[in-house]
Design a protein around this ligand. Structure first.
Ligand code: YXS
Length: 268
């Protein structure tokens, strides 16, 4: 089980609570807010602390003026073959569950570009508000990574099969407007209005009946989990994914990223 590393002494996020609105800010610009296990550990801890402080709504954002909201999973932490790169205990999966299982509505406030697992993180939030110049890119096909079933279900439920397939197959940025048309985001606003627009939404939610809001979120969570996979289907999916993450192409995708060169995939 890939344990989440103890919170790194270097602060990779900021968090605070005002008027019962908790704000968690991804703040590791040097690595484009990539979702390292250390940053994830601090974010999960911040969610728990803000709940204890009595926050009624959470906002997840990047540092002010970010050109990159998050570059996605920390590629340096992806296993070098032989282990599922996106298994149930992967730190990113643990963060996504922490967001989904929090009783507080979590609003993703997005400025800048969003990549790979960070798109999935935004999809796992309860609402997404983004700046007009934001883009969303799903990268597994570009890196040779076999995405996981629970992630695919999130995209299927949000976008529907055709658009989810296009997002994953072409692995190119989707504009904010395209993302809104595909129901990936709730609102697209000018960057200079993003903070006030999001805070206004958060204040409105925080002014409603907390128990009713929180039980609504838990009901949505339970109902969205609804579809059952047969054990056989699940096992077949896992076998197909194992072939991918044990392939030469998977290692080539990681090497190409590290060496900052285009990957050369051979289909093996
Ligand atoms: O080379 P140094 O040490 O300066 O570090 C560079 C990058 O290596 C680092 N960095 C990352 N490190 C680990 N994991 C990442 N995902 C990652 N992204 C960036 O940050 C330093 C600055 O990056 P640089 O010079 O490229 O910045 P830039 O402003 O020129 O370009 C920003 C990006 C985001 C366009 C560029 O960094 C980029 O394309 N990053 C990778 C985006 C990506 O492919 N993300 C998917 C990660 S894999 C994932 O999420 C899932 C497993 S999956 O693919 O299945 O969805």
């Amino acid at each position: 089980m890939s344990e989440i590393q103890p919170a790194d002494p270097v602060r990779l996020i900021e968090s605070g609570c005002q008027d019962r609105i908790g704000v968690i800010t991804l703040n590791c610009p040097a690595r484009r807010n990539c979702l390292s296990s250390a940053l994830i550990a601090q974010t999960i801890q911040a969610i728990s602390e803000l709940e204890k402080q009595g926050a009624l709504v959470l906002i997840l954002r990047a540092h002010e003026g970010a050109q990159v909201f998050s570059a996605g999973h920390d590629v340096r932490e992806l296993p070098q073959g032989g282990r599922d790169p996106l298994g149930y205990e992967d730190p990113l999966e643990q963060l996504i569950r922490a967001v989904q299982d929090s009783r507080l509505p979590v609003l993703a406030m997005v400025e800048g570009t969003v990549w790979g697992g960070a798109c999935d993180l935004c999809m796992s939030c309860d609402m997404v508000i983004c700046a007009e110049d934001s883009t969303f890119t799903m990268t597994p096909a570009r890196l040779g990574v076999p995405y996981n079933p629970s992630g695919l279900v999130r995209f299927l439920k949000n976008l529907g099969p055709h658009h989810a397939k296009e997002l994953f197959f072409v692995a190119r940025p989707f504009s904010a407007e395209r993302a809104r048309a595909l129901r990936m985001v709730n609102h697209v606003v000018p960057r200079e209005q993003l903070v006030e627009f999001t805070l206004d939404l958060a204040r409105t939610i925080a002014a409603n009946a907390p128990m009713a809001v929180q039980v609504l979120k838990m009901q949505f969570r339970a109902l969205l989990k609804g579809q059952m996979l047969s054990a056989e289907t699940f096992e077949r999916i896992q076998e197909m994914r194992r072939e991918v993450y044990e392939s030469r192409d998977y290692l080539e995708g990681l090497a190409a990223f590290r060496e900052k060169r285009p990957a050369v995939f051979l289909g093996e």
